[in-house]
Design a protein around this ligand. Structure first.
Ligand SMILES: Nc1ncnc2c1ncn2[C@@H]1O[C@H](COP(=O)(O)OP(=O)(O)O)[C@@H](O)[C@H]1O
Ligand SMILES: [Mg+2]
Length: 234
């Protein structure tokens, strides 16, 4: 990374769906964002405002129509397919609203899936076990998703996202399918992992209690991102 530079930087990022079509949809209209290593931030905004689109662009699951995204000082549009897959696998962890765990695999096996791709990772299983213990699942290593609660599955998904020691964890409505108690506990877990593991965190959410656990809250409205000043609860 360039010394002192941000971990992630978006400059003038726009996204137009179906640009040649009858009704092109301009979802992002020039997003500029700098995220420093170790920061935690929430992105809130109405449904359909482009939050998932923005997160997918940051995670290289989608490409901007215009503008620049740099990570550790490298422009992502310059990476080829193979480099992009490696980048995603090594640098980024994803957590989605639905956990997407493999139903036939145990909690521990699910967590190890990302570590099976790419270079052999020493100590992956030890780290997986330690993280599962850390999130309160020490008695659940061998259980399959069908034998776990929704909140437990989502904690397994968080551990899976962290197993390769990513620099950046992206979470898209991670508490969207959880009840209040599950949602609170996942929110505190994410905030704690940000502090303990130093992983940079970007969380998209509708839930203000979750958003307020992050150090910065940004609101996406009509294609533009703005700082939202709300007192943080950590
Ligand atoms: N692949 C796509 N093709 C066309 N339009 C899309 C596509 N994905 C999302 N959109 C549209 O872009 C807008 C923003 O969607 P999204 O990023 O999912 O919003 P949010 O996550 O904030 O609910 C919506 O109007 C949605 O219908
Ligand atoms: Mg969304």
């Amino acid at each position: 990374m360039t010394a002192g530079g941000p971990l992630l930087e978006l400059t003038g990022v726009t996204k137009v769906y179906d640009p040649q079509g009858a009704a092109p949809a301009e979802v992002l209209r020039g997003i500029t964002l700098r995220v420093a290593e170790g920061e935690s931030l929430a992105i809130v905004g109405p449904s359909g405002s482009g939050k998932s689109t923005l997160l997918n662009i940051i995670g290289t699951l989608d490409e901007p129509t215009d503008g620049k995204v740099t990570f550790e000082g490298r422009e992502l549009s310059a990476l080829g397919e193979a480099e992009l897959s490696r980048f995603r696998n090594e640098k980024i962890g994803f957590v989605f609203q639905l956990h997407h765990l493999l139903p036939q695999c145990s909690a521990l096996e699910n967590v190890l899936v990302p570590s099976l791709v790419g270079p052999r990772r020493e100590g992956a299983e030890q780290r997986a076990r330690r993280l599962l213990e850390r999130v309160g699942l020490s008695a659940r290593f061998g259980r399959r998703p069908g034998e776990l609660s929704g909140g437990e599955c989502q904690r397994v998904a968080v551990v899976r996202a962290l197993v390769n020691r990513p620099r950046l964890l992206l979470a898209d409505e991670p508490t969207g399918s959880l009840d209040q108690a599950g949602s609170d506990s996942l929110g505190s877990l994410l905030a704690e992992l940000n502090r303990e593991e130093g992983v940079t965190l970007i969380v998209v959410t509708h839930a203000m209690p979750l958003a307020r656990r992050m150090r910065r809250v940004l609101e996406l409205m009509e294609g533009v991102l703005a700082e939202k000043s709300t007192p943080a609860i950590r």
